[in-house]
Design a protein around this ligand. Structure first.
Ligand SMILES: [Zn+2]
Length: 418
């Protein structure tokens, strides 16, 4: 009987058409956390996913679901109740992380200070970020340079901020934020960290005497703009696929390392679409070219994502341990301890493949393959309660604690790299 009921509900789900709106709203949409205990639970979610669109938050694709883990996914309002019934009928333990996603979207903008200017404790639009980069270069001409590394698909300039004293600093660290459009806390961190380098505590400001920081505050600019103007939940870039069926490539699957192998998809409509070829995307190409042309000085590569509270290092594309595993593991342990020391935020750390899930074509593995030994990926706050919709009231604490971890890595790199 249950089985008949299941199939009926899944059929009902599939037949409910979801309207495509100009600016998408998410009234009544729910985000579930399913606590998968058996293969049967995993199979059920797959069945639902075959019938309707599930927007996976964590893991980033249904294929990575395994028993004894949790799966967070967003369901359209039309289908949310049916999905909930299916979870109940099949005894899948679950939580509802968002009962109304639109409310969550509105609640994240909870910094009510009136100023319309750029703010380190607010999420800033792309226009504000551009203006901010321009102001910084004017205000700190000896410390901050703005480098245009190329245009995005839609023609927006990709600005890397070079922070440091080019005369005395011979070693460099490359950092990028916002590869995935909806992970707003990530660009917020890059902006914060630039501020810390310029006017933070002494031990942070000291770093720029001997290190050059190349900081790309928004990697996937078109996608980021899209999350502000059209669809808050957008992840990929905005390049149309060849058959124009779907838009967007996952830029963190588009790097030239074991490209389009494990944990990525060659299906243009997938959220983890690897693109038509390695570096097919102009944004990937611009970043990869910049790093290649500075590879002699770049000693560390650090990329910022959200969410999960993890500090990851190579490999992503294989479960094999990286040749520098022991050293990277020690650094990650130290960095996480620094981070945790401030507010007690707990982070896990380890090689990406076994700590989060395997992915091919990701930027950290690619940087590592280029000889940049100190290659790390942060998954910032939180552990999923707010997910991509981390309220602005948490920006400051998140950035403060992350700054400590990054400073720890930077100091290590300065002292140990050759
Ligand atoms: Zn991400």
């Amino acid at each position: 009987m249950y089985k008949v009921m299941n199939y009926f509900l899944i059929w009902v789900l599939g037949s409910a058409a979801s309207a495509v709106l100009a600016k998408q709203t998410f009234h009544g949409d729910k985000v579930f956390r399913a606590k998968l205990q058996t293969e049967g639970h995993v199979a059920l979610i797959h069945k639902i996913k075959e019938a309707i669109k599930l927007d996976f938050w964590h893991p980033d694709t249904a294929d990575r679901m395994v028993p004894h883990t949790e799966a967070d996914f967003h369901v359209h309002s039309d289908q949310a109740d049916s999905v909930q019934i299916l979870l109940q009928q099949n005894s899948v333990p679950y939580e509802v992380l968002f009962h109304d996603l639109q409310e969550g979207i509105e609640a994240q903008l909870n910094n009510t200070k009136k100023s319309k200017r750029h703010s380190y404790t607010k999420y800033n639009t792309w226009e504000k970020i551009v203006e901010w980069t321009s102001k910084l270069t004017k205000k700190y001409p000896n410390l901050v340079q703005r480098i245009d590394i190329g245009k995005s698909v839609e023609g927006r300039p990709m600005y890397v901020l070079q922070v440091g004293n080019p005369d005395s600093a011979t070693k460099a660290i490359f950092m990028d934020c916002g590869i995935h459009a909806r992970e707003w806390i990530s660009p917020a961190f890059c902006q914060w960290f630039v501020k810390e380098l310029i006017k933070g505590k002494n031990n942070i400001r000291e770093l720029v005497k001997s290190l050059t920081f190349y900081i790309l505050p928004v990697f996937n600019i078109d996608g980021y703009v899209w999350t502000w103007t059209e669809d808050r939940m957008w992840r990929k870039n905005r390049s149309p696929s060849e058959d124009a069926k779907c838009v967007g490539t996952d830029l963190n699957r588009n790097f030239n390392i074991s490209w389009c192998d494990i944990g990525s998809s060659d299906e243009p409509c997938s959220e983890i679409y690897c693109g038509a070829a390695a570096e097919s995307e102009i944004e990937t190409k611009n970043v990869a070219s910049f790093i290649r042309s500075h590879v002699d000085s770049i000693k560390a590569y650090i990329s910022f994502h959200s969410f999960s509270q993890m500090l990851l290092f190579p490999f992503s594309y294989t479960y094999e341990l990286a040749p520098d595993h022991k050293e990277l593991d020690e650094i990650a342990k130290g960095a996480v301890a620094e981070l945790q020391g401030l507010y007690g935020t707990s982070y896990t750390y380890g090689p990406s493949a076994s700590t989060i899930y395997p992915t091919a074509g990701s930027s950290d593995d690619w940087a590592y393959s280029l000889g940049i030994k100190y290659s790390f990926t942060f998954e910032l706050r939180d552990e999923g309660k707010k997910g991509f919709l981390l309220p602005q009231s948490q920006i400051k604490a998140t950035c403060q604690e992350t700054t400590l971890a990054v400073a720890y890595i930077a100091k290590y790199v300065l002292d140990h790299s050759t």
